[in-house]
Design a protein around this ligand. Sequence first.
Ligand code: 9MR
Length: 365
Amino acid sequence: MSSKIDRRRFLFWFAGVLASTIWSSKSWAGDRSLFLKDYAAKNDLLYGAATLHSFLRRDKDFARRFVEECAILVPENDFKWYKLRPTPQSFDFTKADWLVNFAEVHDLKLRGHTLVWYQALPDWFAAEVNATNAAEHLTNHINTLVGRYAGKIHSWDVVNEAIEPKDGRDDGLRITPWLKYLGEEYIELAFRTAAAADPQALLTYNDYDLAYDTPEHEARRTATLNLLERLKAKDVPVGALGMQAHLDAGKARFNAKKLQRFMQNVADLGLKILVTELDVVDRSLEAPSIFRDRAVANIYREYLEIVLTQPAVIAVITWGLSDRYTWLKKFRPRDDGAYVRPLPLDRDLQPKLAWKTLAHALRYF
Ligand code: 9MR
């Protein structure tokens, strides 16, 4: 019995290895004439990825592949408060400027991420910011940063992750320093300030855990929609919803109808939708990469087949491009120590099944 299973497992594994060898062979890669951004463009979509200034600057192969595959770049960390604000009075734009220039030179659109978040704040924040000066800190940060790059940013994540139903408020808002000091109005203030500083940029509300058919995700969908409705009712200049989509190949599945209804409700408010931080955790999957790659690619396909039916979607952005550089290496490491494989390209910058799935979904859905 067990030897039969072993034999079947081996054959399955062998077929997989064969397929992956053929798939990732140089000849295939050499024949490739279209990249993810090209498939997306055929369907009026933008494809892009998040990355760091340091990866692009010191890894020339990665930078070349980034420019080949992507039409839009998201600074994964370099536009956050803790990277930009050495002191309460000052800004250090060295890395942000480098990225803006890189995007310009390589004809990439650029997303700003992120203006108002409760995480990634500088060390001085807690001691410095209080109810009296919070509004001034918020508007000064937004005016300076958004104003500096006005006209060069495709879209700004103005407010990030402002919802947390588990915090127990009726409106589902997350209890953050901004909420504590300024009340719900901090959200409106942030959007209005950003719109005045750069009237051209698409202003986005960005959040996570919106995809699955679970009570937690349903609660966040409801609270998010309610927030967007309140903002629109007050003519707050919010232009889009960012759905992060950090998915997990080992977790709950989608309910196409519920997700599509949510997205339709968002679209009915006159908002665009961006998939802003797509990746797929492979932590709970068995070790051989061929199994993992197939499961991860399936999640990409399932998710995109649902969300890309919504015409309000304008962009699909993965949180990283290659498994060489992914936050999940540190934040969701595998117990067996194997490299995590959540992204379209492998560590050698070669396309995986997830790449093929993305290309197909971007083109045809
Ligand atoms: O990937 C980012 C990681 O490198 C940072 O350490 C972390 C804190 O700044 O933020 C990660 O990106 C997050 C993004 O900014 C907002 N959505 C969730 C992302 C993953 O945690």
